[in-house]
Write a protein that binds this ligand. Sequence first.
Ligand SMILES: NC(=O)c1ccc[n+]([C@@H]2O[C@H](COP(=O)([O-])OP(=O)(O)OC[C@H]3O[C@@H](n4cnc5c(N)ncnc54)[C@H](O)[C@@H]3O)[C@@H](O)[C@H]2O)c1
Ligand SMILES: C[N+](C)(C)CCCC=O
Ligand code: NA
Length: 505
Amino acid sequence: MAIPNIRIPSRQLFIDGEWREPVKKNRLPAINPATEEIFGDIPAATAEDVDIAVKAARRALGRDDWGSTTGAQRAKYLRAIAAKVLERRPELATLETIDNGKPWFEAASDIDDVVACFEYYADLAEALDSKKKTEVKLHLDSFKTHVFREPLGVVGLITPWNYPLLMTTWKVAPALAAGCAAILKPSELASITSLELGEICREVGLPPGALNILTGLGHEAGSPLVSHPDVDKIAFTGSGPTGVKIMTAAAQLVKPVTLELGGKSPIVVFDDIHDLDIAVEWTLFGCFWTNGQICSATSRLILQETIAPQFLDRLLEWTKNIKISDPLEEDCKLGPLISRGQYEKVLKFISTAKNEGATILYGGDRPQHLNKGYYIQPTVITDVDTSMEIWKEEVFGPVLCVKTFKTEEEAIALANDTKYGLGAAILSKDLERCERFTKAFQSGIVWINCSQPCFWQPPWGGKKRSGFGRELGEWSLENYLNIKQVTQYVSTDEPWAFYKSPSKL
Ligand SMILES: NC(=O)c1ccc[n+]([C@@H]2O[C@H](COP(=O)([O-])OP(=O)(O)OC[C@H]3O[C@@H](n4cnc5c(N)ncnc54)[C@H](O)[C@@H]3O)[C@@H](O)[C@H]2O)c1
Ligand SMILES: C[N+](C)(C)CCCC=O
Ligand code: NA
């Protein structure tokens, strides 16, 4: 498919079903990381806009056109959104590539996931109608108890830049399916496609206030959303330090949060892999896909000593073969990092690893053929010690560090030697061993003989410092529902007889 030439839309904040200029009229530049050029701008919301949006969301919940909808009615909106996203697929993929730097074909595949996700939550919204009220059997006949699953209320959704529209969808689709009214705050580094979702909602006639989209900086737009007293919940995906700030601020109001944070996930490779090339490719994909900016990247390769030399030789051959180019080029496999800040941060991780005694086996610098853009070569680091920063900290760039092991016990200990717990992968022909590792991995996701494939039906999320709560599947719907217990006394002609009845004169 030819990559389309497109017009860059200029939008305002999406509040109460319409485009509104921010109260303070500020805008932020949108930067293309492949060229370092400003290609557009986005509105910068502040606390004043947050307050207007929260009021619009609360009104939506009180109005019949949103607050009294059935799941089946909401499903129609979700399917209409999916259809419009699909209609605009090539254009949205191009916008995402220009804004984020990921290869165009990855962006297009993310848009396919966005469509599938809206459709999937449309199905779950419909199914919710029959599960809205369920009876809980009691041991007494004099009472009847029902459990109602109702929308949680006004929810704040704060998302990162690495999968801009997809991370937005992972939150918006279930929140709307559940019947909540939402305020989305996408990352200031890649907000363009999330703003287009506003236009799509307007076109499909989503009731005003059901979804509001506030772009802007974290401390100016995100922070007031978290501490707003009329926001019932915050669902956050982003870095650990921001997660801590959000949890701390939300705690002041006893506001529930779900946190999808970072990781330093292991990939354990045994010498009994099915095929050397297949195992090498999964190892590369696990770390270098999406320009290495994946929360679940399996960025610690834990390799059985017996195959280490031949595995690493082959891995380098494959790595040299990765095409690094402008992400709009059709066969690009590695584009630039998101920003100058991220580029400098990743180079610093590499130089610290070198200073701490590790070996840069491949890469470690910007590719020589690209003198503009935030590009870094795919990098492989060996002679790594478990005390080194490169072993312990999330890089969020195309950097793979390698450690070898002799025994299964040693491999498990190395895999779990991290404060994070998002993903973990094992490559081995021995399925009983894979089973043992599945149990032993301290993570929310396990991949066997692969790394990274993600579908919308199973749950997604981590443990330890990778956060808590689950997105995707039915689990995500639960994030946006209030469980209400309703207990009725049915033996109304029988006194309760707890107090002594006063005599009737
Ligand atoms: N676990 C997952 O599913 C998952 C998915 C994607 C990204 N991530 C993680 O996200 C990180 C990269 O994303 P990022 O750089 O956009 O993260 P970030 O924490 O810098 O920003 C995430 C979002 O939080 C907002 N924000 C920043 N400060 C805030 C504050 N004080 N209050 C409220 N909101 C605030 C930002 O504007 C942005 O919208 C990585 O650590 C990565 O692992 C995790
Ligand atoms: C599963 N995906 C598509 C890699 C998205 C993961 C979100 C974290 O970066
Ligand atoms: Na950008």
